[in-house]
Design a protein around this ligand. Structure first.
Ligand code: PGA
Length: 262
Protein backbone atom coordinates (compact mmCIF):
# COMPACT_ATOMS: atom_id res chain seq x y z
CA UNK A 1 0.00 0.00 0.00
CA UNK A 2 1.19 3.52 -0.67
CA UNK A 3 -0.38 6.68 0.71
CA UNK A 4 -0.42 10.00 -1.12
CA UNK A 5 -1.41 13.20 0.65
CA UNK A 6 -2.60 16.11 -1.50
CA UNK A 7 -3.24 19.59 -0.12
CA UNK A 8 -6.97 19.80 -0.93
CA UNK A 9 -9.92 17.55 -1.75
CA UNK A 10 -9.86 18.87 -5.30
CA UNK A 11 -6.16 18.06 -5.72
CA UNK A 12 -6.76 14.54 -4.36
CA UNK A 13 -9.63 14.01 -6.83
CA UNK A 14 -7.48 15.46 -9.62
CA UNK A 15 -4.68 12.96 -8.99
CA UNK A 16 -7.24 10.13 -8.93
CA UNK A 17 -8.76 11.31 -12.22
CA UNK A 18 -5.31 11.62 -13.81
CA UNK A 19 -4.42 8.04 -12.85
CA UNK A 20 -7.66 6.82 -14.43
CA UNK A 21 -7.12 9.01 -17.49
CA UNK A 22 -3.63 7.65 -18.07
CA UNK A 23 -4.80 4.05 -17.63
CA UNK A 24 -7.78 4.48 -19.99
CA UNK A 25 -5.56 6.19 -22.58
CA UNK A 26 -2.90 3.47 -22.53
CA UNK A 27 -5.34 0.57 -22.46
CA UNK A 28 -8.50 1.34 -24.45
CA UNK A 29 -10.33 -1.90 -23.54
CA UNK A 30 -9.59 -1.43 -19.85
CA UNK A 31 -11.80 -3.15 -17.27
CA UNK A 32 -12.46 -0.37 -14.78
CA UNK A 33 -14.01 -0.95 -11.36
CA UNK A 34 -16.13 2.00 -10.27
CA UNK A 35 -17.45 3.37 -7.00
CA UNK A 36 -20.28 5.73 -6.07
CA UNK A 37 -20.71 8.27 -3.24
CA UNK A 38 -20.18 11.99 -2.81
CA UNK A 39 -16.37 11.76 -2.98
CA UNK A 40 -16.43 10.30 -6.49
CA UNK A 41 -18.60 13.02 -8.00
CA UNK A 42 -15.60 15.35 -8.39
CA UNK A 43 -13.57 12.56 -10.00
CA UNK A 44 -16.36 11.90 -12.51
CA UNK A 45 -16.69 15.64 -13.25
CA UNK A 46 -13.00 15.69 -14.07
CA UNK A 47 -13.20 12.58 -16.29
CA UNK A 48 -16.20 14.07 -18.13
CA UNK A 49 -14.13 17.20 -18.73
CA UNK A 50 -11.19 15.11 -20.01
CA UNK A 51 -13.56 13.50 -22.49
CA UNK A 52 -15.09 16.80 -23.61
CA UNK A 53 -11.94 18.89 -23.80
CA UNK A 54 -9.21 16.35 -24.52
CA UNK A 55 -11.18 13.60 -26.30
CA UNK A 56 -10.42 10.96 -23.68
CA UNK A 57 -11.89 7.89 -25.36
CA UNK A 58 -14.04 5.46 -23.37
CA UNK A 59 -15.57 3.71 -26.40
CA UNK A 60 -14.00 0.34 -25.56
CA UNK A 61 -13.83 0.71 -21.77
CA UNK A 62 -15.72 -1.87 -19.74
CA UNK A 63 -16.88 -1.04 -16.21
CA UNK A 64 -18.04 -2.92 -13.12
CA UNK A 65 -19.48 -1.06 -10.15
CA UNK A 66 -18.91 -2.25 -6.63
CA UNK A 67 -22.47 -2.40 -5.43
CA UNK A 68 -26.17 -1.66 -5.80
CA UNK A 69 -29.05 -1.27 -3.37
CA UNK A 70 -31.46 -4.18 -3.25
CA UNK A 71 -34.98 -3.22 -4.27
CA UNK A 72 -34.15 -0.10 -6.29
CA UNK A 73 -34.81 -0.18 -10.05
CA UNK A 74 -32.36 1.59 -12.41
CA UNK A 75 -34.68 4.59 -12.84
CA UNK A 76 -34.82 5.24 -9.08
CA UNK A 77 -32.83 8.41 -8.41
CA UNK A 78 -31.07 6.73 -5.47
CA UNK A 79 -30.01 3.62 -7.35
CA UNK A 80 -26.35 3.43 -8.20
CA UNK A 81 -27.23 2.73 -11.84
CA UNK A 82 -28.99 6.10 -11.91
CA UNK A 83 -26.00 7.74 -10.16
CA UNK A 84 -23.53 6.28 -12.68
CA UNK A 85 -25.61 7.25 -15.73
CA UNK A 86 -26.04 10.78 -14.39
CA UNK A 87 -22.56 11.46 -13.05
CA UNK A 88 -20.43 9.68 -15.64
CA UNK A 89 -21.85 7.45 -18.35
CA UNK A 90 -24.13 10.06 -19.99
CA UNK A 91 -21.19 12.50 -20.14
CA UNK A 92 -18.62 10.29 -21.88
CA UNK A 93 -18.62 8.10 -25.00
CA UNK A 94 -18.97 4.79 -23.18
CA UNK A 95 -21.15 2.03 -24.64
CA UNK A 96 -23.80 1.43 -21.95
CA UNK A 97 -23.75 -2.28 -22.83
CA UNK A 98 -20.19 -2.36 -21.46
CA UNK A 99 -21.23 -0.90 -18.09
CA UNK A 100 -22.20 -3.30 -15.32
CA UNK A 101 -23.80 -3.06 -11.89
CA UNK A 102 -25.54 -5.79 -9.92
CA UNK A 103 -29.27 -5.83 -10.69
CA UNK A 104 -30.90 -4.42 -7.57
CA UNK A 105 -34.24 -5.94 -8.60
CA UNK A 106 -32.93 -9.51 -8.88
CA UNK A 107 -34.98 -11.85 -6.71
CA UNK A 108 -32.52 -14.69 -6.49
CA UNK A 109 -29.64 -13.11 -4.58
CA UNK A 110 -27.28 -16.04 -4.94
CA UNK A 111 -27.85 -16.36 -8.68
CA UNK A 112 -27.37 -12.62 -9.24
CA UNK A 113 -24.18 -12.60 -7.18
CA UNK A 114 -22.72 -15.60 -9.00
CA UNK A 115 -23.66 -14.08 -12.35
CA UNK A 116 -21.82 -10.86 -11.47
CA UNK A 117 -18.68 -12.73 -10.41
CA UNK A 118 -18.76 -14.75 -13.64
CA UNK A 119 -19.18 -11.62 -15.76
CA UNK A 120 -16.10 -10.05 -14.16
CA UNK A 121 -14.15 -13.25 -14.89
CA UNK A 122 -15.44 -13.43 -18.47
CA UNK A 123 -14.12 -9.90 -19.01
CA UNK A 124 -10.66 -10.93 -17.82
CA UNK A 125 -10.84 -9.45 -14.30
CA UNK A 126 -10.64 -5.86 -13.13
CA UNK A 127 -7.55 -3.90 -14.19
CA UNK A 128 -8.09 -0.81 -12.06
CA UNK A 129 -10.55 -0.59 -9.15
CA UNK A 130 -11.59 2.78 -7.79
CA UNK A 131 -12.71 2.82 -4.15
CA UNK A 132 -14.17 5.19 -1.59
CA UNK A 133 -14.35 4.37 2.09
CA UNK A 134 -17.36 4.60 4.38
CA UNK A 135 -17.12 5.80 7.96
CA UNK A 136 -17.75 2.16 8.97
CA UNK A 137 -14.54 1.27 7.12
CA UNK A 138 -16.47 -0.41 4.34
CA UNK A 139 -15.21 -0.72 0.78
CA UNK A 140 -18.12 -1.44 -1.49
CA UNK A 141 -20.79 -2.38 1.04
CA UNK A 142 -18.51 -4.80 2.88
CA UNK A 143 -19.53 -3.82 6.38
CA UNK A 144 -17.58 -4.79 9.54
CA UNK A 145 -17.15 -8.56 9.96
CA UNK A 146 -17.23 -9.17 6.21
CA UNK A 147 -15.00 -12.14 5.46
CA UNK A 148 -11.70 -10.96 4.02
CA UNK A 149 -12.08 -13.53 1.22
CA UNK A 150 -15.75 -12.78 0.51
CA UNK A 151 -17.14 -12.70 -3.03
CA UNK A 152 -20.12 -10.81 -4.47
CA UNK A 153 -23.20 -11.34 -2.30
CA UNK A 154 -26.05 -9.52 -0.57
CA UNK A 155 -25.19 -7.72 2.68
CA UNK A 156 -27.15 -5.98 5.42
CA UNK A 157 -26.01 -2.39 5.91
CA UNK A 158 -24.85 -1.09 9.29
CA UNK A 159 -26.43 1.78 11.26
CA UNK A 160 -23.34 3.96 10.51
CA UNK A 161 -23.81 3.46 6.77
CA UNK A 162 -27.53 4.00 7.14
CA UNK A 163 -26.84 7.32 8.88
CA UNK A 164 -24.23 8.30 6.27
CA UNK A 165 -26.34 7.50 3.19
CA UNK A 166 -29.97 7.99 4.23
CA UNK A 167 -29.55 11.78 3.83
CA UNK A 168 -29.89 11.17 0.09
CA UNK A 169 -33.30 9.48 0.48
CA UNK A 170 -36.67 11.19 0.82
CA UNK A 171 -37.88 10.20 3.33
CA UNK A 172 -34.57 8.94 4.86
CA UNK A 173 -36.33 5.77 6.12
CA UNK A 174 -36.91 4.69 2.53
CA UNK A 175 -33.23 3.78 2.18
CA UNK A 176 -32.89 0.03 1.55
CA UNK A 177 -31.25 -1.92 4.34
CA UNK A 178 -29.57 -4.41 2.04
CA UNK A 179 -27.32 -4.24 -0.99
CA UNK A 180 -25.42 -6.41 -3.43
CA UNK A 181 -21.70 -5.84 -3.14
CA UNK A 182 -18.52 -7.23 -4.61
CA UNK A 183 -16.74 -9.09 -1.82
CA UNK A 184 -13.40 -8.13 -0.31
CA UNK A 185 -11.87 -11.09 -2.15
CA UNK A 186 -13.38 -9.81 -5.42
CA UNK A 187 -11.88 -6.36 -4.80
CA UNK A 188 -8.47 -7.79 -3.87
CA UNK A 189 -8.38 -9.62 -7.23
CA UNK A 190 -8.16 -6.26 -9.05
CA UNK A 191 -4.73 -5.70 -10.57
CA UNK A 192 -4.51 -2.16 -9.25
CA UNK A 193 -6.58 -0.33 -6.62
CA UNK A 194 -6.94 3.39 -5.95
CA UNK A 195 -8.84 4.47 -2.84
CA UNK A 196 -9.82 8.13 -2.50
CA UNK A 197 -10.88 9.68 0.82
CA UNK A 198 -11.30 13.36 1.60
CA UNK A 199 -12.49 15.45 4.52
CA UNK A 200 -12.01 15.29 8.26
CA UNK A 201 -14.94 12.90 8.75
CA UNK A 202 -12.75 10.21 7.15
CA UNK A 203 -9.58 10.92 9.18
CA UNK A 204 -10.22 8.39 11.93
CA UNK A 205 -11.20 5.50 9.68
CA UNK A 206 -8.33 6.19 7.26
CA UNK A 207 -5.76 5.96 10.05
CA UNK A 208 -7.26 2.66 11.22
CA UNK A 209 -7.44 1.20 7.71
CA UNK A 210 -3.91 2.27 6.72
CA UNK A 211 -1.89 2.10 9.93
CA UNK A 212 -3.95 -0.26 12.07
CA UNK A 213 -4.04 -4.08 12.04
CA UNK A 214 -5.72 -6.05 9.26
CA UNK A 215 -9.11 -6.93 10.68
CA UNK A 216 -12.53 -7.87 9.39
CA UNK A 217 -13.88 -5.11 11.66
CA UNK A 218 -12.45 -2.63 9.15
CA UNK A 219 -12.85 -4.02 5.63
CA UNK A 220 -10.54 -1.42 4.07
CA UNK A 221 -7.64 -2.70 6.20
CA UNK A 222 -7.63 -5.79 3.92
CA UNK A 223 -6.10 -3.55 1.25
CA UNK A 224 -2.83 -3.88 3.18
CA UNK A 225 -2.72 -7.40 1.67
CA UNK A 226 -2.94 -6.10 -1.90
CA UNK A 227 0.30 -5.70 -3.92
CA UNK A 228 -0.65 -2.48 -5.69
CA UNK A 229 -2.97 -0.20 -3.76
CA UNK A 230 -2.68 3.59 -3.65
CA UNK A 231 -4.60 5.48 -0.97
CA UNK A 232 -5.07 9.13 -1.94
CA UNK A 233 -6.17 11.54 0.81
CA UNK A 234 -6.38 15.27 1.31
CA UNK A 235 -4.79 17.01 4.31
CA UNK A 236 -8.04 16.79 6.28
CA UNK A 237 -8.42 13.02 5.87
CA UNK A 238 -4.70 12.52 6.63
CA UNK A 239 -5.01 14.29 9.99
CA UNK A 240 -4.63 11.19 12.20
CA UNK A 241 -1.91 9.43 10.18
CA UNK A 242 1.30 8.94 12.13
CA UNK A 243 3.70 8.51 9.19
CA UNK A 244 2.68 11.57 7.19
CA UNK A 245 6.23 12.74 6.58
CA UNK A 246 7.16 9.37 5.10
CA UNK A 247 4.14 9.47 2.76
CA UNK A 248 5.02 12.98 1.63
CA UNK A 249 8.60 11.89 1.02
CA UNK A 250 7.34 9.03 -1.18
CA UNK A 251 5.30 11.36 -3.37
CA UNK A 252 8.22 13.78 -3.65
CA UNK A 253 10.81 11.12 -4.48
CA UNK A 254 9.18 8.14 -6.22
CA UNK A 255 9.73 8.47 -10.01
CA UNK A 256 6.22 7.02 -10.56
CA UNK A 257 4.65 10.32 -9.41
CA UNK A 258 6.87 12.67 -11.43
CA UNK A 259 4.48 12.93 -14.36
CA UNK A 260 1.58 13.87 -12.08
CA UNK A 261 3.24 16.97 -10.68
CA UNK A 262 2.00 19.90 -12.69
P1 PGA B 1 -18.87 9.04 0.33
O1 PGA B 1 -19.08 7.47 0.44
O2 PGA B 1 -17.96 9.29 -0.84
O3 PGA B 1 -20.24 9.59 0.09
O4 PGA B 1 -18.27 9.50 1.62
C1 PGA B 1 -17.99 6.60 0.42
C2 PGA B 1 -18.43 5.21 0.80
O5 PGA B 1 -19.35 5.04 1.62
O6 PGA B 1 -17.83 4.25 0.27
Amino acid sequence: MEVIIRPTADAAAELTAQIIKKTVATRPNLVLGLATGGTMETVYDKLAREHKENNLDFSLTRTFNLDEYIGLPPEDKNSYRYYMNKNLFSRINIDLRNTHLPNGMAENYTAESEKYEQLIKDNGGIDLQLLGIGRSGHIGFNEPLSALQSRTREKALTPVTYEQNSIYFVPPESMPKRAFTMGIGTILDARRIVLLATGEAKAEIISKAVEGPVTSMISASALQLHPKTTVIVDEAASKNLKEKEYYRWLFDNEPEWEEYKG
